[in-house]
Design a protein around this ligand. Structure first.
Ligand SMILES: [Zn+2]
Length: 263
């Protein structure tokens, strides 16, 4: 029943946003002199943007474990909690909900159910990564694609002429660029496509942010520091603001998001 309900909930939102709403707006445009602006993926109430942040793993599912014992589940939860607290002052118009606030294991269904439950506009899952090579390092962002079943595939980072119109790619690129700027990274953050089972059926803009490699001793030592976790949380908040503003410009909307963040 839960699954059936979920399907209907998704379908209702899909129907409204993708089919009914555009026709409604078309109709309004025809019968009135000043048509309503296109509202895109966000709700018309722009003061109430809802973001689901998913701290990956939890409970008995530790995720990647660093050489000195730092676990992915702890890093992702710490950063997610930081974002939830810090965004209240920085961007009061963006509501953040976490898929977990404690050390519990969740299925992908439960994690993505929260998108429907909270009527969310954006889904971001936080992970860190691991590698057999201790030198492998760096953050990267993943969006869903079903065309690369054999592993990660790097998407061209620079602007090209074949930009996928998907809002998830726009979200991913904006967030990657914004984090790079905010953290003063010399190298661009990579954007990857991957057939993630978590993101597969998510109909709102959705990405995974990989925060770094816990198997790299240097990155592990950094990621477990509270100061680094706060820096990364800040960068993600700045990135969320950047994404919304780019989206708003794209649709010729003026948006005062009430930002009062100062670095
Ligand atoms: Zn993970």
């Amino acid at each position: 029943m839960v699954i059936v309900g979920k399907i209907f909930a998704y379908w209702d939102r899909f129907m409204f946003r993708k089919i009914i709403l555009p026709y409604m707006l078309c109709f309004v445009g025809i019968v009135s002199v000043a048509a309503e602006p296109f509202q895109g993926p966000f709700r018309s109430d722009k003061n109430n943007i809802i973001v689901v942040i998913d701290p990956a793993h939890g409970g008995s599912d530790l995720g990647v474990i660093g050489h000195s014992g730092t676990t992915e589940k702890d890093i992702t939860l710490a950063i997610a909690k930081n974002i939830e607290v810090m965004i209240k002052d920085a961007l009061p118009n963006i509501q953040v909900h976490l898929t977990r606030v404690g050390d519990v294991s969740l299925t992908n269904y439960i994690r993505t159910d929260m998108i429907v439950e909270k009527d969310a506009d954006i889904f971001i899952s936080l992970h860190s990564d691991g590698s057999m090579n201790d030198h492998t390092s760096g953050m990267f962002v993943v969006y869903y694609s079903d065309i690369e079943p054999a592993g990660y595939s790097t998407e061209a980072h620079s602007t090209d002429n074949t930009i996928d119109p998907s809002e998830s790619i726009l979200l991913g690129r904006t967030i990657a660029d914004s984090i790079q700027r905010d953290l003063l990274l010399s190298e661009p953050i990579r954007i990857m496509k991957y057939p993630s089972s978590l993101l597969k059926n998510v109909i709102v803009p959705a990405i995974i942010i990989n925060l770094g490699f816990l198997t790299n001793p240097l990155e592990e030592s950094q990621l477990k520091l509270e100061a680094t976790q706060k820096k990364i949380s800040h960068a993600i908040i700045v990135a969320l603001d950047a994404y919304y503003n780019i989206w708003a410009l794209k649709h010729n909307q003026q948006y005062d998001n009430g930002t009062n963040w100062t670095k």
